[in-house]
Ligand binder design. Structure first.
Ligand code: BES
Ligand code: ZN
Ligand code: ZN
Length: 496
């Protein structure tokens, strides 16, 4: 699929077109040449309560012109005064998916009338482009007959294509593509996407987008004494890879640190998961995918900020070398840990990654993002990411960043009382602290961020979708990529 923009006046033929309407069908498209003098039956649709431009509504019409058909989709934007980026994205995505289903090969999206609600050309172009790119993706790489639904070209049609519009369009494409990049990584099965393969793909991406990638192999990981990470990785035949990404956009400025959970497979280890629990565990590297996608977007858009990201990639498997329930292990930060359950492995890989990034990469603030606990699903379900953190101002910026991306986050508290739960009589810490499990798991990682502003994001619920909706496909969602990009962008503004 190729996406571009054209001036409204240009005469381009499309097989399908999308017409967005505000509530009460505000929007006038009758004079469009593509309609070939056909009048749209707006009053009829309204009188029958079939379409009135409400948010979430769409209506499909087929116009026949001699030997050709033109598929039209009317898509609702809701009330003019309530329009925001996410409503526009969803309206465009709905329209696009409807046309894709109808096998059109070219799509024109008329957006000039959207201006009466969303005044900014930048926002119109950005959100529409982002929506199309995201809505176009479906995980079918392993289907041998995957060519069925294929839109070849899409154009956004507008009457005021200025630099603002073009910048918005480019950013939208970039964010959409990098969200998909993360979804692709997460959807890859674990027999293909091993730690080594993840490292390889990150190296290639770094070359393409302009960020530095360094990989630490087993020997270097041992030399650095990342013993908690190694305890998890040891049970697998596949060697761990510690991936470091560095982007320098402002040599004098602050550095944002990102840490992504990179379990390319989580069987649970000796505390084995059930078969059902294991089937989706190729996705236990969604945190890694989010930071890789965000790095790619940050570098591609040349943000004036420094960002360093790390991923301690490995598998949690079973063998004679596996770590065991009851073990007491060490960590790079020097704290000892009692292993109550080998399925609580993510936090072990993350504390060494956190200790490393804070100590050796000298980041000024840090975010870790992880499919960490099933309990996160009990907290907020599948639609909102659980966040915790030690700094209100930093969390506000994160809240704003999620909002811009149309993703949801809710902050949980860190109460003094919970700190006791992390302690163990035989070691400094336990990896299986009591309820609230999502908060105590996050706090376990926070111990290693020490004093710097830190946020933990648990995406166990939000990293996968059971069914498709608007611009989200079934399977991986690419959660986190766009919020982390906006977070970096927010920092870039302040340091400039
Ligand atoms: N990767 C899982 C968490 C998870 C569960 C992600 C479901 C996505 C969907 C994590 O490693 C895990 O197994 N956590 C345990 C921790 C427990 C043993 C303290 C859990 O949540 O059950
Ligand atoms: Zn686990
Ligand atoms: Zn896990």
């Amino acid at each position: 699929m190729k996406i571009t923009y054209n001036n409204l006046e240009e005469k381009i033929a499309f097989e399908g077109i999308i017409l967005p309407y505000f509530e009460d069908c505000q929007g006038n498209y009758d004079s469009l040449e593509v309609l070939n003098s056909n009048k749209l039956p707006i009053d009829y649709l309204k009188s029958k309560d079939l379409f009135s431009g409400q948010k979430n509504q769409i209506y499909h019409l087929l116009i026949s012109n001699e030997d050709r058909a033109l598929d039209l989709v009317l898509t609702g934007l809701g009330k003019r005064e309530n329009l925001n980026g996410d409503i526009l994205r969803k309206a465009v995505a709905r329209g696009y998916k409807e046309l894709k289903k109808r096998k059109v090969s070219s799509v024109g999206i008329y957006l000039h009338d959207v201006k009466i609600g969303l005044k900014c050309n930048y926002a119109i172009a950005k959100n529409a482009a982002e929506a199309v790119v995201m809505a176009d993706y479906k995980f079918n790489d392993y289907k041998t007959d995957n060519k069925k639904e294929c839109v070849e070209k899409v154009s956004i049609l507008f009457n005021d294509i200025n630099d603002n519009f073009k910048n918005g369009f480019n950013e939208g494409i970039s964010l959409g593509k990098n969200n998909i990049l993360a979804r692709r990584l997460v959807n890859e099965p674990a027999n293909i996407l091993t730690p080594e393969e993840l490292a390889k793909r990150t190296i290639e991406l770094g070359k393409e987008k302009g960020f530095e990638v360094e990989i630490y192999d087993l020997e270097k990981i041992q030399e650095l004494k990342m013993e908690a990470y190694l305890s998890v990785a040891m049970g697998s035949e596949k060697p761990p890879k510690f991936i470091i990404m560095r982007y320098t956009g402002d040599p004098e400025g602050e550095t944002l640190g990102l840490v992504g959970k990179g379990l390319t497979y989580d069987s649970g280890g000796l505390s084995l998961k059930t078969t059902k629990g294991m089937v989706t565990m190729k996705g236990d590297m969604a945190g890694a995918a989010a930071v890789i996608g965000a790095m790619s977007a940050i570098a591609e858009n040349r943000l004036k900020v420094n960002v360093t990201a790390v991923v301690a990639a490995c598998e949690n498997m079973i063998s004679g070398r596996s770590y065991k329930p009851g073990d007491i292990i060490n960590s790079m930060g020097g704290k000892t840990i009692f292993i109550g359950n080998t399925d609580a492995e993510g936090r072990l890989t993350l504390i060494d990654a956190m200790h490393y990034i804070v100590t050796y990469e000298k980041v000024d603030r840090v975010v870790d993002i992880a499919t960490l606990t099933g309990a996160a699903i009990h907290c907020l379900g599948y639609d909102a990411t659980v966040g915790i953190g030690n700094n209100d101002e930093f969390f506000k910026s994160m809240d704003k960043s999620f909002d811009k991306a149309g993703e949801k986050i809710w902050r949980m508290p860190i109460f003094e009382e919970y700190k006791e739960l992390l302690k163990h009589p035989e070691a400094d810490l336990t990896n299986t602290a009591d309820s609230p499990g999502t908060i105590t798991a996050g706090m376990f990682i926070g111990e290693f961020a020490r004093e710097i502003p830190w946020i933990h994001l648990d995406i166990a619920g939000t990293s996968g979708a059971k069914k498709e909706k608007e611009y989200i496909s079934k399977g991986a969602t690419g959660v986190g990529v766009r919020p982390l990009y906006y977070l970096a962008k927010d920092m870039a503004k302040k340091t400039r």
